[in-house]
Design a protein around this ligand. Structure first.
Ligand code: AMP
Length: 386
């Protein structure tokens, strides 16, 4: 059976078509094997000279270019599921209305997913469509981990709380880490570091998220390519009241012109590392701030978990930057964390030293594969193949 995974951004459509078959050798939850049949990216939708005029045209293009015979489901990546969705969900009119209701929480992200869903439902009316939410994995976090210490009434009225994001990636990477280390997934404690252009940390206890660094939006937590991560909220009042910046300009600055971009004038970690190697002080400081924030979160999540089996690096920076990995976990041998620099430079799956109590891993993430697996599971809630 085939599953089509769609990730619709505001001006792009990413797609991947999988062929799935039961894996005769395995009996666990991941007891299906998926092979990629086709994948692609349509960019600059709606722009002059772009890949397509609109999302309808883009999806028509996708569906015309792949063989959809035997298609069993379409899996849609949806960024924000609010407090409503804690699992992949088969889409009907009610689900669409609920995701529309969440647009104020994710004005930049949910509308494009909704247009992808609308077009796919129209073009493939007989195929079940499944929404897989970036936030769903973190719905398992206890109330004390998602509640901001603000006026309860305000928080409830305006849905203000931590939601967390990158859930699909954290779930996938934590499970793969357990497999890699030969641990039962429901007993492994893993700190997953998703370090891409966006970046977040997650503490995973026995396969469930118990803490994560992104909050109500993807702006908080780690230092990112262009986002500031954690700052004192007074920075915003100060920029508004004292510096006289309009609120939209402050939002733009903190989301598009902060992080590595703000500190070093480059949002790409490769460029920051090149400049740091050449002795550029701004790039050196940006690198240090980025890695220190990581170290602070690792320490904090070790305390949340009480015991960690592994710390896993993933996504663009996590998978490819030995320098970041080494700096982020520097000086933690007293906490049982020790990297083997030769393994780190090679990017081995396990880069910790033999004596390291906490293992350190590098696991490539694969959000589309996880969406395909979750879409399949959502269609078989009876657990026939689970
Ligand atoms: P992602 O969002 O997972 O695609 O990650 C994209 C980011 O990964 C880019 O912005 C780069 O900063 C970073 N990246 C990719 N390759 C490397 C590398 N070899 N070294 C450091 N950073 C890298």
């Amino acid at each position: 059976m085939k599953i089509l995974v769609l990730n619709c951004g505001s001006s792009s459509v990413k797609y991947r078509l999988f062929q799935g078959a039961p894996d005769a050798t395995s009996t666990g939850p991941a007891s299906w094997t998926f092979v990629t049949l086709a994948k692609g990216l349509i960019e600059r939708i709606g722009e002059p000279g772009g890949g397509a005029a609109d999302h309808t045209a883009a999806l028509q293009q996708v569906m015309g270019s792949v063989d959809l015979s035997g298609l069993r489901a379409v899996g849609h990546r949806v960024v924000h599921g609010g407090s409503l969705f804690s699992a992949p969900t088969v889409i009907d009119d009610e689900v669409v209305a609920a995701v529309e209701g969440l647009v104020p929480l994710a004005p930049l992200h949910n509308p494009s997913a909704l247009s992808g869903i609308a077009v796919a439902r129209k073009l493939l009316p007989d195929i079940p469509q499944v929404a897989v939410f970036d936030t769903a994995f973190h719905q398992s976090i206890a109330p004390d981990g998602v509640t901001y210490a603000i006026d309860t009434e305000l928080a409830a009225r305006w849905q203000i709380r931590r939601y967390g994001f990158h859930g699909t990636s954290h779930a996938y990477v934590a499970r793969r880490t357990a497999e890699l280390l030969g641990l039962p997934s429901d007993q492994a404690n893993v700190i997953t570091l998703h370090l891409g252009n966006g970046a977040s940390v997650c503490a995973v206890q026995g396969g469930r998220s118990v803490a994560t660094s992104m909050g109500m939006s993807p702006l908080s937590g780690l230092v990112m390519g262009t986002r500031c991560g954690d700052i004192d909220p007074t920075v915003i009042f100060h920029l508004h009241r004292v510096a006289g910046l309009p609120i939209e300009e402050i939002e733009h600055s903190l989301t598009r012109n902060a992080g590595l971009q703000g500190m070093a004038d480059a949002n790409d970690m490769r460029e920051v590392q090149r400049r740091r190697a050449a002795g550029d002080p701004a790039a050196t400081l940006a690198f240090d701030v980025y890695c220190r924030r990581l170290r602070e979160y690792v320490g904090s999540y070790l305390a949340v978990l009480g015991r960690a089996d592994a710390i896993t690096f993933t996504a663009g920076v996590g998978e490819n930057s030995p320098a970041v990995r080494a700096e982020a976990l520097k000086g933690l041998s007293a906490l049982g964390i020790e990297i083997d620099e030769t393994r780190n430079q090679r990017g081995d799956p396990v880069i910790s030293a033999d004596g390291s109590k906490v293992r350190v891993c590098v696991v490539p993430t694969d959000e589309e594969l996880e969406i395909a697996e979750q879409a399949r599971n959502a269609l078989e809630p009876d657990g026939a193949h689970l």
